[in-house]
Ligand binder design. Structure first.
Ligand code: ACO
Length: 324
């Protein structure tokens, strides 16, 4: 017998307020045409003033739990991937834990910026594989609107707020049928690239929360190379070719990055889940939001082989291959 983590429910939450490209034109020197052409983004959701990252996370978590038919008391583990926590401490996950009514188990945050959900999923999967945990809720939640410099047109047009979640459940299966659930995860980071994408503040580096700073062109170049490499790595580790994958669910940073990665892999674009046009880049929330959308609208079906991938500040990057 072998133990695997099955995804038994997906959840999503997007704040009500939609900010279109046209609205941004009134704030910075930009245009709808520039944003669409360079990024594919047409709008983004922005959290209300009284909504914190934990509030978004709770909504997505509740959605995933109810679709999975699992109550919060049944959870042994809750991980929230976020780079925009409510407070410096305690973790956003412990606030979410309390709001969901989860009284046992452990809850903690993971910080790998846009790759955060993949890092959190890999962590939860390893807890399940090792037998420590049976049921886990993994959430990616962000309020990047709070760390954007709204006067910097290079960055403020690219991001949005939101949260996505999955419920993982341990299943023991004979080796011969062990091709269900999370099949593999691969994580990478390379701290030498810190200066290409970072926030210029934080508890030990100044009195401010700080703003996101980015060398967009350099990030773009690294993203296409690293994402193609990590997809290749997942395929090779599982003796697969792109033809075996039904759906690619990439981190949603920029339509041109999605297309560039798909082209590099010879992967058909109509099997790539795209939400960046409506959500913009929601960092750690983007992969679970895209996954939830494609599962709930029926594109991703039970038995489909789905490859999740992401790259973000650090740099960090990674993949997760899942048989749904
Ligand atoms: N509106 C109008 N003009 C703009 C805007 C804007 N919002 N932003 C930048 N410009 C200008 C620049 O000032 C520059 O003008 P200049 O030539 O007079 O100096 C010009 O447009 C071209 O700028 P570039 O940086 O060359 O534009 P590029 O084609 O590289 O596109 C972009 C910029 C969209 C940021 C792209 O580099 C990108 O997507 N990079 C990836 C960044 C990213 O996705 N980061 C997210 C986190 S990491 C991740 O998730 C993978």
């Amino acid at each position: 017998m072998i133990r695997r983590s099955l995804i038994v429910g997906c959840g999503a939450y997007l704040p009500e307020r939609i900010v279109t490209n046209e609205e941004l034109v009134t704030r910075v020197d930009t245009s709808d045409e520039w944003i669409r052409e360079r990024t594919g983004i047409t709008q983004r959701h922005i959290a209300a003033d009284d909504q914190k990252t934990s509030d978004l996370a709770v909504m997505a978590g509740r959605d995933a739990l109810s679709r999975a038919g699992i109550s919060a008391e049944q959870l042994d583990l809750l991980i929230v991937a976020t780079a925009t926590p409510d407070n410096t401490f305690p973790s956003t996950a412990t606030k979410v834990q309390a709001q969901l009514g989860m009284t046992g188990g452990a809850a903690f945050d993971i910080q790998a910026v846009c790759s955060g959900f993949i890092f959190a999923l890999a962590t939860a999967d390893n807890f399940i594989r090792s037998g420590t945990v049976k049921t886990a809720l993994v959430i990616g939640a962000e309020t990047f609107s709070r760390i954007l410099d709204w006067n910097d047109r290079n960055t403020c047009v690219l991001f949005g707020d939101g949260a996505g979640a999955v419920v993982l459940k341990a299943a023991d299966m004979p080796n011969s049928t062990a091709e269900l659930g999370v099949l593999s995860t691969h994580l990478h980071s390379d701290g030498r690239y810190h200066d290409l994408l970072y926030v210029d503040g934080g508890p030990s580096s100044g009195q401010t929360v700080g703003h996101l700073r980015m060398e967009g062109k350099e990030v773009f170049r690294h993203a296409v190379v690293n994402l193609a490499k990590v997809v290749d790595e997942a395929l090779t580790a599982n003796n697969l070719t792109p033809k075996d994958i039904q759906w690619l669910v990439p981190h949603q940073a920029n339509r041109r990055i999605l297309e560039g990665t798909a082209r590099k892999l010879n992967f058909p674009l109509d099997q790539v889940v795209v939400t960046v046009d409506r959500h913009a880049n929601t960092s750690a929330a983007s992969v679970p939001l895209a996954l939830a959308e494609a599962v709930h609208d029926g594109r991703i079906k039970q038995g489909d082989l789905v490859l999740l991938e992401a790259m973000g500040g650090g740099f960090t990057w990674g993949s997760a291959l899942v048989r749904m």
